[in-house]
Ligand binder design. Structure first.
Ligand code: CP
Length: 315
């Protein structure tokens, strides 16, 4: 594997999930693979889980890991071509990514969307420029429209915890006070549509995701109907795809509570984190026996390690 930016970059999804679970059982079995290899993790935006889990995954494989929070520690990057750099930007992405490639065998990049220009965000301009100019294999650490390492960890968690062969998985929209990207729900949807699960998306009218990611899913505006008898409920806020980046008030009752969970008594509750307590998801659910959120975040290590291992094997 030379690029990991979406489920479409994975030849065999069940095999990658199985690989992650094997690595969880034996984390240091492939320590030799990364010897004398460098993994650079470049963040244009904040992170806790992605940064720490991918750093640990690289270390488990014997790699040297460099983390650069370029938004805080690097030169201000110019992303546009054809501009005279007489403003605040100091270094062009062409040179910055090219130089990073000189120091790295694999690069991970996190770049969030601006949420103002849909065409620009959905063309993945920043992520694709890193891929073009660094000339080494690239892992997405969350781009404008997808978060594939999160989705792989989510699928690993579902595979590990399921009690029926084809579980009912529900992605439900949740309230928030800020417009958030569609990257996590887009990505979760496209991975679930490739997995052997019964997949439903529930959201208030106006929060339809781009259909490129949801083909094969059942989609409803009725949250209760969707979560009834679910095996896994994946909670996440996102802003509107149309009008792009918009949020509306009045859907506060979409927050998952213990009362709502009565119709899904066996459901395990997932969230990618970070989560705003008692706004997006109730404390009673987060702290309750049906919450999988910490376990799910733990599986980010094995998802990242499985992807890095496949990349190292092709270097
Ligand atoms: N879920 C996730 O990607 O967390 P971070 O933003 O903290 O990396």
């Amino acid at each position: 594997m030379k690029l990991f930016s979406s489920v479409n970059d994975v030849k065999d999804v069940p095999a990658l999930v199985a690989e992650a679970l094997r690595l969880k059982n034996d984390p240091f079995a492939f320590e030799h693979l990364g010897k004398n290899k460098t993994l650079s993790l470049v963040f244009l935006n904040p992170s806790l889980r992605t940064r720490m889990s991918t750093q640990k995954a690289g270390a488990n494989l014997g790699m040297n890991v460099i983390v650069l929070n370029i938004d805080k520690e690097g030169w201000a990057l110019e992303l546009r071509d054809g501009v005279v750099m007489n403003g605040t930007t100091v270094e062009h992405i062409r040179e910055a990514a090219g130089v990073m490639g000189e120091y790295s065998d694999i690069i991970g990049v996190r770049s969030f969307p601006g949420l103002t220009d849909r065409d620009e965000d959905y063309s993945e301009t920043i992520f694709n420029k890193f891929v073009e100019f660094c000339k080494v294999p690239v892992v997405s650490l969350e781009s404008a429209t997808r978060h594939p390492l999160q989705s792989l960890a989510d699928l690993v968690t579902i595979e590990e915890m399921k009690t029926v062969s084809r579980p009912k998985v529900v992605l439900t929209w949740a309230p928030h006070i800020k417009p958030l990207p569609q990257a996590v729900p887009n990505s979760f949807a496209e991975w679930m549509c490739r997995a052997d699960v019964d997949f439903t998306i529930a959201h208030p009218a106006g929060y339809e995701l781009c259909t490129d990611f949801t083909n094969g899913a059942t989609i409803t505006n009725n949250q209760d109907e969707a979560i009834k008898d679910a095996d896994f409920i994946y909670v996440k806020n996102w802003s509107a795809y149309e009008p792009y980046g918009a949020i509306t008030v009045g859907n506060e009752d979409w927050m998952l509570t213990n009362e709502k969970l009565k119709i899904a008594p066996n459901a395990m509750v997932m969230h990618c984190l970070p989560v705003r307590r008692d706004l997006e998801l109730s404390s009673e659910v987060l702290d309750g026996p049906q919450s999988l959120v910490i376990h799910e975040a733990g599986n980010r290590v094995w998802a990242a390690q499985a992807v890095l291992k496949q990349m190292l094997e092709k270097l």
